[in-house]
Design a protein around this ligand. Structure first.
Ligand code: EPZ
Length: 426
């Protein structure tokens, strides 16, 4: 199984191309089920999760053509065509491996009027229920039954537009309901909807397919159902979590890095924290420039929140920065109940962190020491690589397949900027 070896202490200098966003690509791909015409994407990231979503869609009868063998950071292309009547069964094995495959439920129900999709179950970062997806679809007239670990959903006369107020913000439920609403009869109003850039990207793609969507980027999204959707070409949004991760890498290692093909607005909640830490970060014509001189970064507190707040998907990486910062910081995780798996591993590298419930107190240390580490979640794994950039000696990150789910060729991107990082394949 592949591992990544990092030897710390090198400053970074160079350009890192930012890939298309995993969490935009996955729902966008599910949207192909809404039309029998072809949906073509550019800037598709070469990630294990994207390949897996393509496999699931092909099991449902979608024809998939892709060109992913492009130089790092250039972005692949993928064409998806769900001609005829797609299969309407997504099995336990499929959904268990990747929760985002639950996003086929809304589009299948809208187009085929029935779907049988396995409940995803819990995962490393928490219980992660899907009740909001189901309640929203029921509000649109779907008949939903749970049996044998499966959701059996039917809407024999088609879905009907409805008003649905989310009791709490959910990215995935907003996406499932948006896709379902495009082909429903009448108007759907989603109140307290998620505002993440990936939601806006999905909405823009649905609009390009002929859907009638308004309110994107606000907490009220209105969708007027149409009879059918058509094909479109869409460029996947840049990955804001990858952007934030490499910005933090530069803040941890020091040096100067340009992140190309991305935008400062995508990481709005991280920017003031990096500036507080003593890192310079500004927009450039190509993306973002991040630089930090010598001396330790300064500590600052953070709490995770739905967008536009600080993203849970950057919490572990930010903690890696705070671990070497000058001062004590308090990091509160408000989205998932079990998202501190990186803490015990960071402790093995010499970090000083205590966790009480959803709050971690991080007392910054001047030095970390490299160690063999591993994590069971993608963002936790990458935080260990970031800590390794600052640690003395060698850090070996095991279970690299977690990283490959969400970070395209991380060793090539960091290595090109002078980091001493290598993938070990034996
Ligand atoms: C998306 O997950 C992302 N995944 C996650 O990315 C991200 O951490 C998360 O949003 C929050 O930003 C994709 O986009 C594919 P939610 P999602 O529904 O949609 C609770 C990564 O590392 N909830 O917004 O599953 C839920 O348990 C990851 O790339 C319910 O209670 O997240 C959580 O506490 C992992 N009932 C909170 O809401 C529901 O029906 C937010 O979850 C749905 C969610």
């Amino acid at each position: 199984m592949d591992r990544i070896r990092v030897r710390g202490g090198r400053r970074l200098k160079g350009t890192i191309p930012i890939s298309g966003a995993k969490n935009a690509a996955l729902p966008l791909m599910a949207a192909c089920l809404l039309t029998e015409e072809s949906l073509r994407f550019t800037n598709v990231p070469g990630l294990a999760d994207v390949m897996y979503m393509a496999e699931i869609l092909s099991q449902l009868g979608v024809s998939v053509t892709r060109r992913m063998d492009v130089p790092v950071g250039q972005g692949g292309t993928m064409e998806l065509k769900a001609r005829g009547r797609p299969q309407s069964l997504a099995t336990y094995d499929t959904v268990r491996k990747m929760r985002a495959s639950f996003l086929v439920l809304g589009p299948l129900l809208a187009r085929v009027r029935e779907a049988t999709v396995s409940l995803p179950g819990g995962c490393a970062i928490g219980a992660r229920p899907v009740d909001l997806h189901l309640k929203g679809l029921e509000a649109m007239g779907a008949e939903i039954e749970l049996a044998g670990g499966y959701v059996l959903a039917r809407a024999p006369d088609g879905l009907k537009g409805a008003e649905f107020a989310f009791p709490s913000v959910s990215v995935g439920a907003t996406e499932n309901l948006m896709m379902a609403a495009t082909l429903a009869n009448g108007r759907t109003t989603l109140v307290n909807a998620a505002r993440e850039p990936e939601i806006v990207d999905l909405g823009n793609c649905l609009s390009a397919m002929g859907a009638n969507v308004s309110g994107l980027g606000t907490s009220t999204i209105v969708i007027e159902g149409v009879k059918e959707l058509h094909g479109a070409v869409h460029r996947v949004l840049p990955d804001r979590i990858e952007t934030g991760t490499y910005a933090i890498a530069a803040a941890i290692a020091g040096g100067e890095v340009e992140l190309s093909g991305t935008e400062l607005d995508l990481i709005g909640a991280l920017v003031p924290l990096l500036r507080k830490s003593g890192t310079e970060i500004d927009a450039t014509p190509n993306g973002i420039r991040v630089s930090r001189g010598t001396g330790r970064p300064r500590a600052a507190d953070v709490r995770t929140e739905p967008f536009p707040g600080f993203p849970t998907d950057l919490q572990a990486q930010y903690m890696a920065l705070m671990v070497v910062a000058d001062g004590t910081s308090v990091i509160q995780e408000n989205i998932f109940e079990n998202r501190f798996m990186h803490v015990p591993e960071l402790l093995r590298m010499g970090a000083d962190i205590s966790v009480h419930g959803d709050t971690a107190t991080v007392r910054g240390r001047e030095k970390l020491k490299g160690a063999p580490v591993m994590a069971t979640d993608l963002r936790a794994s990458v935080s260990l690589i970031l800590a390794g950039l600052a640690a003395e000696g060698e850090t070996i990150v095991n279970r690299v397949y977690h990283l490959d789910r969400g970070f395209e060729r991380i060793e090539a991107k960091l290595g090109a900027c002078g980091a001493d990082i290598e993938r070990l394949t034996t």
